[in-house]
Design a protein around this ligand. Structure first.
Ligand code: GLC
Length: 538
């Protein structure tokens, strides 16, 4: 496929995943083509024109493979077959072909840390201690008092170990007990996943988003994790322990390198985008590999978790700018299927803040990843019993409502069913209010959708904006401004107060106040509260 020219001066071609914009699709909630209330592959294929119109370079599909849905696809029972409710194998090939015809690459979710308990490997593994696949999973004897082998906790709560009564040993699961963790020390597991990777690449898939790729290897001695201390970040303190021995182990880099070699052996090379939930940029940097021979892109969780505040955001981004290895390329996202949506979480449902956040996200150096609905400023939808679907919401309601709020169906229009499904069909999750929908916003040049599309288009046209360097511009408190490349800048006012910015003059290209697009200004530049724009500088 084509490569764009890198205008950083080096003249080297920039691969598409550096210059482009990615878009996450949560297939269960994108579009329901067969009126069963669940989104499916054909539904996605039917909206390819929209994705091309929006201008995204690639889609990442959350899991579409066979799963009993204990964790909605993230518990895989067959890595090489499509979930029947999602469509057929042919429908997948048609989707890939339809995307490629429109110049859109397709990434799929790859879940190597754990399988479903219904995966034939695990069904066999738990059948006896001498089963063929026993060692493909992590088994350990009970402690002398019968309790779990060590103190590891599941990131979904409770111990990370469940006793298998039949064989008298515990198996390890970092998530639900229905999601047993694989033993990545076992070479047969590695070989089996090599085959799975090749299966999808041979089928034309352009890359993977790799689920929790930072935790695949566990300490071989299963040592206890140390307790959290008051110096740890709040999430670690709340968790109660530091995940030293069940996450971020040094040996996992061998596995990432192995996958990268496979990805690089294809023409064109396939993309590896990792889910890397770590707290600091230095740890994050390691996932690219010291020789840039591991992940191409690694999601930045400190950015997702930062408040929508100029100083906080700038700090996260500048840590990345300084701590990532030379040549490593950041990835930025505001929402995904596990977090509350940025229009709510960052912007508190205030449209002006959501627009400012979008300018930031699409103005950074690094690959932006939009989550379906971000482009229309979609907010969280309050989901309550009995509608909850996420096992975490079901377990923790009302203390924590789980992740359904960000997984509700895409509102394509304001009709009953929202264009997601037929009016008489009950969608798998409530749709919420349809005031913000694609059809209305597509015909409104002042909409968030129009802003998203215009920012994406601008980014695409301008090498400064897609691959140009980041350099901060001195700005008053509450404002974050940065140059991109030689002739562009992004300025965002993260406050309610009108501000002025010195030492910048030029022309506004696209901004939150669409009436100012094209406006020339001299220093000092005036910005209203929560105004943000991309500027061509003099
Ligand atoms: C990742 C997924 C999340 C899933 C978990 C277990 O964090 O994004 O949805 O529940 O892994 O697979």
């Amino acid at each position: 496929m084509d490569h764009l020219v890198d205008a950083t001066g080096a003249g080297a071609p920039a691969p598409w995943w550096k210059s482009g914009v990615l878009y996450q699709i949560y297939p269960l909630s994108f579009a329901d083509s067969n009126a069963d209330g669940f989104g499916d592959l054909q539904g996605i294929a039917q909206h390819m024109e929209y994705l091309q119109w929006l201008g995204v370079d690639a889609i990442w599909l959350s899991p579409i493979t066979v799963s009993p849905n204990a964790d909605w696809g993230y518990d895989v029972a067959d890595y090489c077959a499509i979930q029947p409710e999602m469509g057929t194998s042919a429908a997948f090939d048609e989707l890939v072909a339809a995307a490629h015809e429109r110049g859109i690459r397709v990434l799929i979710d790859f879940v190597p840390n754990h399988t479903s308990e219904e995966h034939p490997w695990f069904v066999d593994a738990r059948s006896s201690r001498s089963a063929r696949h026993r060692d493909w999973y992590l088994w350990a004897d009970p402690a002398p008092d019968g309790s779990a082998p060590n103190n590891w906790l599941s990131s979904f709560g409770g111990p990370a170990w469940t006793l298998d009564e039949t064989t008298g040993q515990y198996y390890m699961h970092n998530h639900l007990r229905e999601q047993p963790d694989l033993n990545w020390w076992n070479d047969e597991v590695r070989d089996a996943f090599d085959d799975i990777i090749r299966f999808w690449f041979d089928r034309g898939v352009d890359g993977f988003r790799i689920d929790v790729c930072n935790i695949i290897i566990k300490d071989a001695e299963l040592r206890d994790n140390p307790p959290a201390t008051p110096d740890d970040p709040p999430d670690v303190q709340m968790f109660g322990q530091r995940s030293v021995y069940n996450a971020n182990r040094p040996e996992l880099h061998d596995v990432l390198k192995r996958w990268r070699r496979i990805a690089d052996s294809y023409d064109p090379p396939r993309l590896l985008l990792g889910e890397t939930p770590v707290d600091d940029a230095a740890t994050l940097g390691a996932f690219y590999g010291a020789d840039l021979d591991e992940l191409h892109l690694a999601f930045n969780f400190p950015f997702i978790n930062a408040p929508l505040d100029a100083a906080a955001m700038r700090k996260v981004v500048e840590h990345v700018e300084t701590l990532l290895p030379d040549g490593a390329w950041p990835a930025w996202t505001g929402s995904n299927h596990d977090m509350f949506r940025f229009a709510t979480r960052w912007a508190g449902d205030d449209p002006a803040r959501a627009r400012a956040a979008l300018v930031m996200l699409l103005g950074l150096r690094g690959t932006p990843v939009l989550y379906q609905g971000d482009e229309i400023g979609l907010r969280d939808v309050a989901v309550e019993p009995p509608d909850l679907r996420d096992p975490l919401g079901v377990k923790y309601w009302p203390a924590y409502a789980g992740r359904d709020a960000a997984r509700t169906p895409m509102p394509w229009n304001h009709a009953s069913g929202a264009g997601f499904t037929e009016p008489e069909v009950a969608p798998w999750l409530p749709i919420g209010d349809t005031e913000r929908n694609v059809a209305d916003q597509r015909s409104d040049p002042a909409s968030m959708l129009a802003l998203a599309r215009d920012l994406i288009a601008l980014r695409k046209q301008s090498p400064d904006l897609n691959v140009g360097a980041y350099a901060p511009i001195p700005a008053p408190d509450g404002v974050w401004a940065w140059r991109r490349g030689d002739r562009h800048a992004v300025v965002v006012n993260f406050s309610d107060t009108e501000i002025t910015l010195d030492r910048i003059s030029g022309r506004i290209l696209v901004g939150t106040d669409r009436a100012r697009d094209g406006e020339r200004f001299e220093s000092p530049m005036h910005l209203r509260g929560w105004e943000g724009c991309v500027v061509r500088t003099d």
